[in-house]
Design a protein around this ligand. Sequence first.
Ligand code: NAD
Ligand code: IPM
Ligand code: MN
Length: 351
Amino acid sequence: MSHRIASIPGDGIGVDVTVEARKVLDAAAARYGFSLEWEEFDWSCERYAETGAMMPEDGVEQLSGFDAILLGAVGFPGVPDHVSLWGLLIPLRRAFQQYVNLRPVRLLPGTTSALAGRTADELEMVIVRENSEGEYSAIGGRHNAGRPDEFVLQESVFTRVGVERIIRYAFELARTRSGHVTSATKSNGLIHSMPYWDEIFAEVGARHPDVRAEQCHVDALAARMVQAPDRIDVVVGSNLFGDILSDLAAAVTGGLGMAPSGNVNPSGEFPSMFEAVHGSAPDIAGQGIANPVAQILAGAMLLDHLGETVAAQAIRSSVDEVLAAGKVLTPDLGGTSTTTGLGTAVAETLR
Ligand code: NAD
Ligand code: IPM
Ligand code: MN
């Protein structure tokens, strides 16, 4: 069995951690008897500087035949973030209808949560983030430019199809886990979009009577994630709220270096794309000290998605084993290892 994977290392530490994830995925393939056929794309801020575009005009077409995509990170000082991200990451998510952004976190052995004393079973959750619409919208603009009454409008778009499908996905996922789903909204402040989301959440909930459905204001949920994370399992939220909550979830389970993410096209019509939750970390880029675990775990999600579930589980176990041993840890985990050192340790454990 062979799988064709497109790799887009991107910018900053995205490049460093993607090398390590590929190393681990190749080791998993060799051990579990399948092969990965990689093709690499240099789409990045560097490419933007040279050509004026993050990716070629037919970029979506070029990727469409792959079985999956492994993405590093996009964005680097020198190119405005809204230009780089709307030139690569966001259009890919939309073109491939990757409307689910799945962001699971758990406290890994040998690592310390910001919430000292919490154990692994109290700190395992998954953010199901709406990934194709909502607050991430190009609709709006600047009015009365240069005048004292200048203002900007930034519209949000919530469609019935878009809201319903992500909520349904979360309910169905909850069925396979704790049977509990929490919806994050802000219906006290945003009077159109969020009550609409709540309404659809209640409708879908009525069709899933076996799942305990809870609606929570996102601000209160943020506090709960720190104070009582054991009361949270599956969280479903809009594009923006899911984004913010997933960095918070990463932080309470050991940091941004640990949290993977899947941009999933559930129908399978288009390739899904896997990446870490974190970005290109310009502050540590080029130093060889980024933690590659998030990207390696994103690679495990990629293999799960392709049906290579035994290999995916073996990767997670190898990560656990290396972290639990506590000998090879990057600086964010309190160690002195390099990115390559940790990636190699996981790959070797796997072999
Ligand atoms: P960031 O996630 O890149 O960094 C936040 C902090 O976490 C930094 O201090 C960084 O050093 C640390 N960190 C992140 N990943 C780490 C790792 N693997 N190991 C150790 N430390 C790690 O967020 P930011 O600074 O807000 O964004 C930087 C750039 O990345 C921006 O251009 C942003 O738009 C972009 N970004 C891209 C993606 C993506 O491509 N999916 C995601 C987030 C941010
Ligand atoms: C993420 C990132 C992106 C997002 C940015 C860089 C546009 O923060 O993948 O979490 O908000 O989707
Ligand atoms: Mn984010």
